[in-house]
Write a protein that binds this ligand. Structure first.
Ligand code: PLP
Length: 443
């Protein structure tokens, strides 16, 4: 690979505030604003769109390490400064773009696709960002920096991804989890991968405050999505889904939002595709929030004129139970640029949607359920037209959330209508009894 593609950090408020990409820095020291990774677009533009399409296609899902990874196959656009020898990859990305034709027919939108980002090493899209971040840490250490550990606060999936990539790299990881607010699968992942797991009697927002303090000193590197390196990996979702459509752009992309890094990443990917000539229009973006953790939705109702954090209430969509999202300014900027919409879904709506779509062969997480119920609302009020091409981003694998999914089917959740619940049937050890049951089941 040519290595004349530069990137650097810059403040999201003032692009003149620039910092070297190999500096350990998370916010602009003058203004405290978030940073983003900027690329030398002039250097990238020296190649035309056909060059990039052919290059990406030639690497897609191949074994030539690390370029077969959905993230590293786009390395020049992501983080070109990392030497291949420092890359920590588990073949992330290249996830199925599932044609949801049976479910789509039920709703009347037949050009409907679900991007299965949870079909990944640790079961969520967080792998896309974490491969970049952990590789960057290896590069920084290689450059002579002392980094003793990598830490994050998490609603469950970030910690799983961090622990796995750190274990693969031989780095120490420390994760801060809100006590009793993550699923069993989410808790066991960092334990299994040897992370130091701190269970804090607080919520995600509380854990986030602690980890930022801890990382200010002690040579501990911060892995939350406040760290803009992760956004660079996650933005490959947009690049990859356009690639999967042979560079056709969908009309709509819907995504569940909590800390709002992923909606920002999605937008950044599409902008880069447009600016480098691979696509000639932008989709409209929809950020779907749980009603119990909906600060962006409330701000959207006021045309984003102001934003106030909320205290997030318990939601089945625990990975987006966030009241004070770190990336809110990035997200609002992106939503304005993409004629975006924010919509919310109640607990009953998200549980029903998750179960309803599962009946057509998927196995969704509750966050994907939030996006699906928002999709149905927007079709119902005719914002999304039946002829539109629609992509729903599925953010995690349903197997990480079996605790709440089984409670739904066993009808143990309060305030949920159980329209699609499917209870196991207890039958005596007798052919006659079994046949009696089957007579009523098979009609
Ligand atoms: C992290 C996460 C989200 C939310 O992404 P943000 O970038 O925090 O908005 C949604 N779904 C799942 C499963 C997640 O793990």
């Amino acid at each position: 690979m040519e290595n004349n593609f530069n990137c650097w950090f810059q403040s999201i408020d003032d692009p003149n505030n620039k910092f070297p990409i190999d500096e350990i820095i998370y916010r602009c020291p003058d203004t405290g604003s978030l940073l983003e990774v900027a690329h030398d677009m002039e250097a990238l533009k020296k190649h035309d769109s056909t060059y990039w399409k052919d290059l990406f296609d030639s690497r897609y899902r191949r074994q030539s390490w690390p370029y077969g990874s959905g993230v590293w196959g786009k390395k020049e656009w992501v983080v070109p400064f990392i030497d291949d020898k420092n890359i920590v990859s588990m073949y992330e990305g290249s996830t199925n773009l599932f044609w949801a034709d049976r479910y789509g027919k039920q709703i009347g939108v037949e050009d409907l696709w679900i991007k299965m980002c949870g079909n990944s090493h640790t079961g969520s899209f967080k792998d896309l960002g974490m491969t970049v971040l952990v590789s960057a840490v290896k590069q920084l250490i290689d450059n002579g920096n002392e980094i003793k550990a990598v830490a994050c606060a998490s609603t469950g999936d970030t910690s799983a991804a961090l622990s796995a990539y750190c274990a693969a790299a031989g780095l120490k990881s420390i994760v801060f989890l809100p006590k009793n607010k993550v699923s069993v699968a989410q808790l066991v992942q960092p334990l299994a991968n040897g992370a130091t797991v701190l269970s804090i009697d607080s919520d995600f927002d509380g854990c986030m405050k602690i980890v930022q303090e801890v990382c200010k000193k002690n040579n501990i590197y911060l892995a939350n999505s406040i760290n803009s390196l992760r956004i660079e990996g996650q933005k490959t979702i947009s690049i990859e889904l356009c690639q999967q459509f042979d560079w056709e752009v969908p009309d709509w992309v819907l995504i569940p939002g909590g800390n709002l890094g992923n909606i920002s990443a999605l937008g950044k990917g599409f902008l880069m595709l447009r600016d480098l000539g691979l696509i000639d229009k932008l989709p409209r973006l929809v950020c779907a929030q749980a009603q119990n953790a909906n600060p962006l939705y409330l701000s959207y109702l006021k045309d984003f004129k102001s934003f106030e954090p909320v205290s997030a209430k318990t939601t089945l969509a625990n990975a987006i139970q966030i009241g004070d999202p770190v990336s809110v300014n990035k997200a609002i900027k992106i939503l304005k640029e993409f004629d975006g919409i924010v919509e919310q879904s109640s607990e009953d709506e998200l549980a029903s949607s998750t179960a309803k779509v599962d009946l057509t062969g998927t196995f969704n997480c509750p966050h994907t359920g939030v996006a699906i119920s928002v999709f149905e609302k927007l079709v119902k009020n005719k914002t999304i037209k039946k002829s539109d091409k629609v992509v729903i981003i599925s953010t995690a694998h349903g197997l990480k959330f079996v605790d709440s999914k089984i409670d739904y089917h066993l009808e143990k959740l309060t305030g949920i209508s159980n329209t699609y619940s499917n209870l196991p049937i207890n039958v005596d050890n007798s052919i006659d009894d079994v046949m009696k049951v089957l007579d009523t089941e098979i009609k």
